[in-house]
Structure formats: structure tokens, C-alpha cells
Design a protein around this ligand. Sequence first.
Ligand code: SAH
Length: 274
Amino acid sequence: MTNRTMDGHRARKRFGQNFLHDEQVISGIVAAVFPKPQQHLIEIGPGLAALTRPILERADHLHVVELDRDLAARLENDPTMAGKITVHRNDALKFDFTALARQLDGKLRVFGNLPYNISTPLIFHLLSALDVIDDMHFMLQKEVVDRMAAGPGSKTFGRLSVMVQQCCKVTPVLEVPPHSFTPAPKVDSAVVRLEPYEHPPYPVADRALLNHVCHTAFHQRRKTLRNNLKELISADTLEQLGINPADRPEVRSVEDFVKITNWLAEHSSNDEAH
Ligand code: SAH
């Protein structure tokens, strides 16, 4: 097995490079994204353009964010894409999606086969710019997609599920085996679609506080909510909110974690737990 692709690029592990070569998977992703001219499409980590090219066939222009300078230079110098792509040589974790949307005067459609080593922080970075995003399609580790899509009662339901589902509709689109990539990753992959709600079903006063509540509530999954949350909220208050303090965190819903957060936001000066 070699890590060198057909194009002679040596895959760099530190950039999480696993290049897609499976045509069926590529067309499945393009069909899921369903790009159209005039849309503001932005790809994270285009690499050797496995997705970039077929997407460009359906869209008239594309913005790409690529951290690897060699790959960015290849993309910039590729005559078949000249004038059709704008390459941002940048770290997607630091990229200002809001500024790009402002510059383009419209919402963004974001997609990419993400570097798995940064996928969770990158998704949180994008969730903080949700008001300028129309939708997102990402290739991730299947395990991460499972956690995003999990419902209460599932072993994988946790902070990521609550944080993503509070603001987005989550739809798993496609499962992808390791041999669809060069080099093959050690894990199964999956493509997920995230669609930000215009009106979230459970509006939250403060997403940073929701994150803190989830962190605390799921800190020890085998413990009860009463135990995990004792520094934040009393068992009595949980009961008043209709939440059984003896439950384990993973059986409660997104709505429940939002209720706890909104209660805390309203009573922030009230030190009732002490
Ligand atoms: N989309 C291509 C490549 C996927 S590999 C394909 O499907 O074949 C992941 C890509 O993300 C690589 O091109 C890698 O260089 C790039 N990348 C890694 N870290 C990045 C970061 N922080 N910001 C932007 N791009 C990054």
C-alpha cells in the first residue's frame, strides 16, 4: 500500500488527508449536495479536487479553503478550473465564513470531505456562523455522524447530538467504506446533511451555556442527572422542569437540556444550588 495518489501527491497525515477515488461515492455526494449555478458554494479541504470538479460541472463558481500550500497551488494553477474557483489558503478552523457571506451578499452552502482530526472543532466553528449558512454536507467518521444523529436513549446520544440537533436538522446521507479513499482510513465514514433551522423547535437563550450544561450533564454518563448537575441546578428544580433527577443524561431529550439551560439563563444571579 502506498500513500501516493495517482496524481503523485504524497498524502500528509497531519492534514488528515484521505483522498476520495470511488466514483460511485463521489456522484452520491454530488447528488446529495445538488449544486446549482448562482449558489454560494464553499468547499473545505478540496485536496486533489475529487469533489471540486464534478461540483463545478453543475455550479458556475466555487470557493475553496485549503490549508496545504502544495494542494492550494495545484488548484490555483489548474487550467481546467481557472476563473471558476477562488482558493482561500487558510485554516478552515480560522476561516471567517460570516465575512465571506457578507462579501458574496448571500448565504453559504458548505461541503467537504473533512480532515477527521479537526472535524468536531470545525463543526462547532461552523455552528457559530449558522445565520450565514444555508446547509452543510460533510464526510465524517461514521461514529461522529452516528453521534450527531442519535436520539435520546441511544448509547451515542450526548453533547454533540444536543448541540447539533438544537440548531440543525440532521440527515445521514451515505455510508462510505475505507477502501473508497487513498490512503484508506482505519474507520468507516459517512456523509451527513445539516440544515440550520430558521426557527429552532427549542430556542435556547445561550448556546455557550447549553454547551456547558451538556458537558456537565454527560460528564459521567453512568451517573444520574442529579449527580452530574449538582453544582448547577438542584434536584427540586429539575423536578419542577418535569425532568426526573434520577435519570441518566442520555435518556433526556434536546428539549430537556434546552429547558435546563434557559432556566439557568433566567436565574443566573440566583445561586440556588449552594
Ligand atoms: N476533498 C478531497 C480531500 C479530502 S482530504 C477528497 O475528497 O479527496 C482532507 C483535505 O482537507 C486535504 O486536502 C487537507 O489538506 C485539507 N485540510 C486539512 N486540514 C485543513 C484545515 N485546517 N483547513 C483547510 N483544509 C484542511
